[in-house]
Design a protein around this ligand. Structure first.
Ligand code: ACO
Length: 325
């Protein structure tokens, strides 16, 4: 039986030029390169100097559209996963649609699912493509986490970075097996009882400001490995694919110890795990599309390869996407 699925036809990313090193951070708070490197695997992160989430999104989207050989006028849908939109309203996606020059009437909205935002957004776009509602979708993960980081709190400020990644999806007819290219399976989860382990100290209806990210690092760590591996296992099983058939595990880039834990739990060799946390830090919803675009651009991930994306973040939210490039 023929079915519609979503093929990845373009990708791009943007990182703001300013690089903040662990040594830079040691001049701001009581920390050091050794502590940050061993506990998190992070060496450097990019920090925006005045560029907003929408502006970085436009740059990533421009590259993704160029790679796809399309223009903004070809788009039927824009979704952005972000927890740091430019304004409370309208959405970053609506602003980006205007900046890109997307045709009037094209639906555009944000998904708020913290570090799972891109996986949630990709799933929404895939579902709309599968239903035949749209044919060509731009999906972005973008963050200016530096704006919700308390730069006096050493527990959190060493972790985060800014950036944007984008992909273009197009409807494709396939026979519906794990050998097809495109998105093969998606799965989303949330557990709101874990809300208090990771949140911002403010928000529109409470403090009327964005607040700063605060967390119980140990609780997040404990849940993250299980959530990330469960999501990956689910989509592999759902698509009838085995761990052995997988070319790459691309998990949310939170922390190298979490990433290593997921690879170990799934039985995936370290050389098959994509790691960018060392030079991106944790960029929340931008982390997966940044790592995906960078790995595709460098030729590390190649056409025909099977990749599992797995994300987890505040909410808690988590989810997985299995895709053959
Ligand atoms: N530099 C130096 N010392 C520090 C720093 C720092 N930047 N931050 C904390 N410490 C100190 C603490 O104050 C504590 O000191 P104390 O024992 O005197 O109180 C000590 O280091 C140990 O702190 P722990 O919290 O026990 O350190 P832990 O080994 O748990 O590592 C970390 C902390 C890295 C945050 C870890 O819990 C973790 O990786 N958690 C996952 C959280 C995460 O990645 N969050 C990202 C957002 S969520 C997501 O993306 C899914």
């Amino acid at each position: 039986m023929k079915c519609i699925r979503s093929e990845l036809i373009g990708w791009g990313h943007y990182l703001p030029p300013k690089v903040l090193t662990n040594d830079d951070l040691s001049k701001m708070v009581d920390t050091n390169d050794e502590w940050i490197s061993t506990r998190t695997g992070i060496k450097t992160r990019h920090i925006s100097e005045g560029e907003s989430t929408a502006q970085m999104s436009v740059k990533a989207a421009g590259k993704a559209l160029e790679k796809a050989g399309l223009t903004a006028a070809d788009l039927d849908l824009i979704i952005i996963g972000t927890l740091t939109p430019d304004n409370t309203t309208p959405s970053a996606a609506a602003k980006v649609a205007g900046l890109l020059g997307v045709k009037s009437g094209t639906p555009a909205f944000d998904v708020s699912a913290a570090c799972s935002g891109f996986v949630y957004a990709l799933t929404m776009a895939d579902n709309m493509i599968r239903l035949g509602q749209v044919r060509t979708a731009l999906v972005i993960g973008a963050e200016t986490l530096s704006k919700v980081t308390d730069w006096t709190d050493r527990n959190t400020c060493v972790l985060f970075g800014d950036g944007a990644g984008a992909v273009v999806l197009r409807a494709l007819e396939g026979i519906g097996t794990a050998e097809d290219t495109g998105i093969l399976s998606t799965k989303l989860y949330a557990d709101g009882t874990k809300y208090g382990f990771l949140y911002t100290t403010g928000g529109v209806s409470t403090t009327a400001n964005a607040g700063y990210i605060t967390m119980d690092g140990k609780e997040v760590f404990k849940s993250a490995v299980g959530c990330l591996s469960d999501a990956a296992e689910y989509v592999l099983k759902d698509a009838g694919a085995s761990v052995e058939a997988l070319d790459w595990l691309l998990p949310h880039q939170a922390n190298i110890r979490i990433i290593d834990g997921v690879g170990h739990k799934l039985g995936i060799a370290p050389e098959k795990v994509i790691v960018t946390v060392d030079h991106h830090g944790n960029t929340s919803a931008a982390s997966i599309p940044l790592a995906l675009s960078e790995s595709l651009e460098s030729g590390k991930i190649r056409k025909g390869q099977l990749v599992v994306l797995s994300a987890m973040g505040a909410g808690f939210t988590w989810g997985g996407v299995l895709i053959r490039i």
